[in-house]
Design a protein around this ligand. Structure first.
Ligand code: FAD
Length: 548
């Protein structure tokens, strides 16, 4: 069997290695148009920022090590410029010599990835305007900083690569402006959770400009002009405004693509041609939860698809289905970690047919470790669940321990878990690592309370729209109020609430608020059991401060 692979990084290199492990006899040829295979694209921002000090560390494997370990015929600096599916061959071009030649295949795997999207605008070709995707991109940015010692930079686009660049340029002592067209950074998060990241960026002296679009770059790359007419002076610009699948080869060969240019594959990675498979950023995937078609360019899915497809390419193994992608992702932004999995509210509201108005959220602020153990820091967990109790998604922002909590929830979603599973999950505990009730359990408890009607959460925005209707009661202690309170709230500390509650009018509706939501819930229970109509302000005073 002769297998040709196009693309030699995440999906392609993974496929080459596994194919060899499964079939010692197969002829495996891997074409990569760049000079490097299997490099750590996810690590590039950290090399630029100096966190990864050695450039060599970016090369997870080299042509030589892969060849020696896996006996793969690697043709680097060689671009596949045509796929002739009818005759089962590709046309390859040696980039250095310009020489072209044909290579036939029995099976073809396409893992050509995606590329940064750069719209056509004035000034995009100045020498100080960059995108970051490859090793040469990284070298250009790194050398520009080394040779020109820029003082100011503009990053356009607040997705995870843009944010990683904001942090890493700041590490280099560069004053960074982040320009984002949407009203929030980090698209996988809802605005309320993204606000936590935005607050942190501002605290780290990033000049954050939301709802502003880049129009052009003028004055030899020194001025960035925005759609509100303002101009930002800069020494360099990083464009990070999304990616597009590298699917022109597939399209020209007649393979079926979706509207966004993603190659359509079945669960086995097979394209519309039975001898051609595709994996990674270039394919359309199924959303693990909705089963709807989507595109999710992430390294984890690309690697897993690259692995799964091998058994399907080689007829002699049981077929392996790829079960879909739920978009579990994580990013470090200075001192905080921002992570999400599954569906967010934006998706749910857009996805009217399935979930609209038929989901609930819980929001808690637990500590990463036991409260009494040094080093514990708070995190915010927003959990989204359906009326059938199933977990739909989660978003977590915090300082430490965010990664294991998002992975726990992602795992629960993978196995079809519900909020009761989260409340009962037995998770490892000792004070340096967690609490006897882990933050994930807490998120589950709060969700179960909502599901059972023990608690009726209310968002601050909802209260704000109806301040005439609701009486806002702050149940924190008097000392705590001195540090700040929500305008219009009445202080009735929880510790004396059982004595003071009888002074209240049962015909009114009450919103209870504490620091993070826990005492608000206790107060809500007292209110409800005394015949009052009561709600708990979601996330308490902390969430109010975060979002206002
Ligand atoms: P790639 O790994 O991009 O490989 C595609 C390869 O195909 C490229 O090397 C390209 O040169 C080659 N190629 C394309 N066309 C041809 C052709 N015609 N002939 C020959 N070769 C061709 N994902 C995460 O999940 N977490 C992260 O933290 C993260 N951080 C990232 C940071 C950066 C700076 C970047 C750039 C990406 C990051 N990603 C991250 C995304 C992740 O790297 C991609 O989702 C993943 O690499 C996709 O794998 P792939 O195999 O589809 O494509």
């Amino acid at each position: 069997m002769k297998i040709v692979i196009i693309g030699g990084v995440a999906g392609g290199a993974t496929a080459a290695a596994r194919l060899r492990r499964l079939d010692e006899k197969a002829e495996i040829i891997l074409f990569e148009k760049g000079a490097y295979v299997s490099f750590a694209n996810c690590g590039l921002p950290y090399y630029i920022g100096g966190e990864i000090m050695s450039r060599d560390a970016l090369f997870v494997s080299t042509k030589e090590t892969i060849t020696a370990k896996y006996n793969v015929d690697i043709r680097d600096r060689t671009e596949v410029i045509k796929i002739d599916k009818d005759n089962k061959k590709v046309l390859a071009k040696d980039i250095e010599t310009g020489k072209t030649y044909e290579e036939n295949y029995d099976k073809l795997i396409i893992s050509t990835g995606s590329s940064p999207f750069v719209p056509d605008f004035e000034g995009k070709d100045f020498d100080n305007v960059f995108t970051l995707w490859t090793i040469p991109d990284t070298d250009r940015i790194y050398n520009f900083i080394k040779n020109n010692a820029p003082k100011k930079a503009v990053v356009v686009g607040g997705g995870f690569i843009g944010l990683e660049m904001v942090e890493n340029l700041s590490r280099r002592g560069i004053a960074v402006t982040l320009v984002e067209k949407m009203n929030q950074v980090m698209p996988p998060l809802d605005k309320d959770m993204a606000k936590l990241a935005e607050n942190h960026l501002v605290a780290k002296n990033v000049n954050l400009m939301l709802e502003k679009g880049l129009v052009k770059i003028t004055s030899n790359g020194k001025n960035v002009v925005l759609d509100d007419g303002s101009t930002i002076e800069t020494d360099m610009v990083i464009l990070s405004i999304g990616v597009r699948p590298n699917s022109s080869l597939a399209k020209d060969s007649g393979l079926k693509l979706n509207q966004r240019g993603g190659i359509i594959v079945d669960e086995f990675g097979q394209t519309s041609d039975s001898d051609i498979y595709a994996v990674g950023d270039v394919i359309e995937v199924e959303n693990y939860l909705t089963r709807g078609k989507t595109m999710i360019p992430l390294a984890g899915p690309a690697n897993k698809q690259g692995r799964a497809v091998c058994a399907n390419v080689l007829d002699s193994y049981n077929k392996e289905a790829y079960k879909g992608t739920m978009g579990t992702s994580i990013a470090k932004i200075f001192d905080i970690t921002v992570a999400s999995t599954g569906l967010n509210e934006k998706m749910l509201n857009a996805n009217g047919k399935i979930y609209k108005k038929d989901y609930f959220i819980s929001l808690v602020h637990p500590m990463s470790q036991a409260g009494y153990y040094p080093g514990g820091l708070p995190m915010t967990i927003k959990l989204i669940f359906a009326s059938n109790k199933k977990i739909l998604g989660a978003q977590i922002v915090g300082y430490t321990g965010v990664d294991k909590r998002i992975d726990t929830i992602a795992t629960s979603i993978h196995y079809g878990g519900d909020i009761y599973d989260l409340s009962q999950l037995e998770l490892a505990y000792a004070p340096p690592y967690s609490s006897a009730k882990d933050p994930v359990n807490f998120a589950g408890f709060a969700a179960c309370n909502i599901y059972e009607g023990l608690s009726s959460p209310m968002r601050y925005e909802e209260y704000l729209k109806n301040t005439d209707k609701y009486v806002l009661i702050d149940v924190r202690e008097k000392m705590e109020i001195m540090a700040g309170k929500i305008e219009g709230s009445i202080n009735m500390p929880l510790t004396t609430l059982r004595e003071t509650i009888n002074t209240l009018d049962k015909n009114k509706e009450y919103v209870l608020q504490c620091a993070v939501g826990l005492r608000g819930y206790i107060a809500e229970r007292i209110f409800k059991q005394n015949g009052f109509t009561a709600f708990n302000l979601l996330g308490g005073y902390r969430t109010y401060c975060d979002i206002t």
